[in-house]
Ligand binder design. Structure first.
Ligand code: PLP
Length: 388
């Protein structure tokens, strides 16, 4: 899908993915953690909406040799796209997927004995040894073997000859929240104790990992020998890192854009959009944008967000509808039909951080990029190879 303008055939609404920014963010993390710590590229959920295959390839070029997905289906997608590096399935696998894990050499996170049983059988059938990463629940209360059940769990691993524990991991509940520091400290101590338990059973995995984006920066002493950033790779940090952390070096990767479809003057006193939620207080020039909440531009942003047109900010007016959004461009000199509009991300010197929109609607930036609709094409941009 190559074109000189971003104008793809059909509706001019697209998400521009800056792969150079992605690589730069990855390098930023690599520099922070140093050469002894591997950086896994977490690309689950279609790389937080950015496109898993394209992002994984670019992260690989930048040096990533581990990729994190949620489930085996996502790992198979990467394999089909030619990613031959290690892939960790962070949420484990489901009944019936053990063979698939073995066949595609996906490394599942495990936390139940029946998972080990199924995988051992599949590996035996295939004549291979399957790697797993054992997850210990140190305080998140979600996936993982509780520390008090770990000894028994590890005792019972012995008969499974076709399983190799290649990694030990845990996940922080609140590494972004300084007020939860006691819990985070406790999680680190419990992880150390879990490592000890494994050692006592003669298990010394190659990989020890705990840290998500927030923990990489708030807990530099708890990086193990691998870290698992997602958010910061995509330039999301304002609502991800602890408040005292500066992530200004991370560059936004996704910019959501469209073009003006209609311009019209409305008179003072007229209302626009569903529910008459906006009344023009002056004669106003209103632009219609072909993007709405089905595209991921959330309805909760109605009358509250702003967009960038010709280097200026213009407010969203009235309700955002399923396919259309209105903005007041009265103060944008020279504004014209087909002008490019940026709903979030970067446009020249201006930016609308996704995190700001997330704050308006009371969610996390991740949820916004994840939910950019399927009908919005991702256009990949890179200095080296232009727009693809
Ligand atoms: C999603 C996920 C990560 C990445 O978290 P970020 O906050 O995006 O850095 C790391 N580890 C696990 C287990 C995850 O599920």
């Amino acid at each position: 899908m190559i074109s000189d303008s971003e104008n793809i055939d059909g509706r001019p609404t697209w998400a521009e993915i800056d792969l150079d920014a992605l690589a730069s963010n990855f390098n930023q993390v690599k520099t922070s953690v140093g050469a002894d710590v591997q950086v896994m590229g977490v690309v689950k959920a279609n790389a937080y909406g950015h496109g898993a295959v394209e992002c994984a390839h670019r992260l690989r070029d930048a040096g990533a040799r581990w990729f994190g997905v949620a489930m085996p289906e996502e790992g198979v997608q990467l394999r089909s796209a030619g990613i031959n590096d290690s892939i960790l399935c962070l949420a484990g696998f489901w009944q019936g997927q053990a063979q698939s894990c073995v066949k595609h050499a996906l490394v599942p996170v495990v936390y139940r004995l029946d998972m080990i049983e199924a995988l051992d059988q599949a590996a035996k059938d295939a004549g291979v040894v399957a790697d797993v990463h054992l997850k210990v629940d140190t305080g998140m209360g979600r996936l993982g073997v509780r520390l008090d059940a770990l000894t028994e769990f590890v005792d019972r691993l012995e008969p499974f000859e076709n399983i190799r524990v290649d990694g030990l991991m845990t996940h922080f509940a609140a590494a972004d929240d300084n007020s939860c520091e006691p819990l985070t400290d406790k999680q680190i101590r419990r992880f150390q104790s879990a490592s000890q338990t494994l050692l006592e059973h003669g298990l010394k995995p190659s990989h020890y990992h705990l840290a998500n984006s927030a923990a990489i920066y708030s807990q530099p002493g708890a990086r193990g020998n691998m870290v698992r950033p997602g958010g910061v790779l995509y330039g999301l940090w304002r609502d991800v890192l602890a408040p005292d952390m500066d992530g200004a070096a991370f560059k936004p990767v996704m910019s959501l854009r469209t073009r003006i479809t209609l311009l019209k003057w409305v008179r003072s006193g007229e209302t626009i959009g569903y529910g008459c939620t906006f009344e023009a207080s002056r004669e106003s020039l209103i632009a219609t944008l072909p993007i709405g909440y089905d595209d991921g531009y959330m309805r909760g942003l109605s009358n509250r967000a702003r967009v960038i047109v010709r280097g200026l900010y213009a407010p969203v007016v009235g309700r955002i509808s399923m396919d259309l959004t209105l903005v007041d461009v009265t103060n944008v000199p020279g504004v014209s039909m087909d002008d490019e509009v940026t709903l979030f991300g970067v446009a020249g010197q201006q930016r609308v951080p996704v995190e700001d929109l997330a704050k308006i609607v009371g969610t996390l930036s991740y949820e916004i990029t994840c939910r950019v609709g399927e009908r919005v094409p991702r256009i990949y941009q890179s200095e080296g190879n232009g727009k693809t």
